[in-house]
Write a protein that binds this ligand. Structure first.
Ligand SMILES: CC(C)(COP(=O)(O)OP(=O)(O)OC[C@H]1O[C@@H](n2cnc3c(N)ncnc32)[C@H](O)[C@@H]1OP(=O)(O)O)[C@@H](O)C(=O)NCCC(=O)NCCS
Length: 177
């Protein structure tokens, strides 16, 4: 499977149908997905994998499998997708980490590598993260990368959507260590 990125503790690679069981554990967890407007059943998880495989072909990026270097186990996903944010298709960094692996800095580590990849391999002037306004773990993760509050807007699915952003010029001044 195509490896995309490596960090201190993780590697990110393209996902495939073989990741169904691992991804089901991440996404079909009512607690972890409580900020989403729907829950994940088996079909939704299969569609999720298929959609990302299509994105790799069409865009050259998508949500990638986040795996522990030590065991090669997939513990979540993280990557770049194009999302409709207040009516515009914008590049968005997304992440989902299995509940028993959270609060270890894995989302931050993976998303930081994705942010560096995106600014290096695409021309986008800014990168975004968005979530339901109550999803503190999500926007805190965005802020931990150096993103800042951009806006909140009313939205049918999320009630209110919270948007974080980092502009290319800000990224160039970040400490890259
Ligand atoms: C959002 C999510 C991926 C974070 O994963 P994680 O691996 O636990 O995050 P990290 O440990 O890397 O933490 C990243 C930052 O967010 C903060 N954070 C994480 N979880 C938090 C929580 N529950 N409350 C407050 N802050 C939190 C951390 O303190 C850290 O900030 P810091 O470096 O400034 O201390 C995880 O909670 C998740 O999968 N949530 C459900 C899926 C989801 O909602 N994804 C976003 C879709 S919009």
């Amino acid at each position: 499977m195509k490896k995309i990125l490596e960090t201190e503790r993780l590697f990110l690679r393209e996902m495939s149908e073989k990741d169904f069981d691992a991804l089901y554990k991440v996404l079909a967890d009512a607690e972890i997905m409580k900020h989403y407007p729907y829950s994940f059943d088996e079909n939704k998880v299969r569609e999720w994998i298929e959609r990302n495989m299509n994105r790799y072909r069409e865009n050259g990026f998508g949500l990638w499998a986040v795996c522990l270097k030590e065991t090669k186990e997939m513990i979540g996903d993280c990557g770049l997708t194009l999302q409709n944010i207040e009516g515009k298709m914008l590049p968005e960094i997304g992440y989902h980490i299995r509940r028993d692996c959270q609060r270890n800095g894995y989302a931050k580590e993976a998303a930081k590598a994705v942010m560096d990849w995106a600014f290096t391999n695409t021309d986008y002037p800014a990168l975004y993260s968005y979530c339901k306004y109550t999803n503190e773990p999500s926007y805190k993760t965005a802020e931990s990368l150096g993103m800042k509050f951009d806006r909140e807007y009313p939205d049918e699915a999320n009630e209110k959507t919270h948007v974080s952003v980092i502009h290319r010029e800000e990224w160039t001044t970040l400490d890259k260590k």
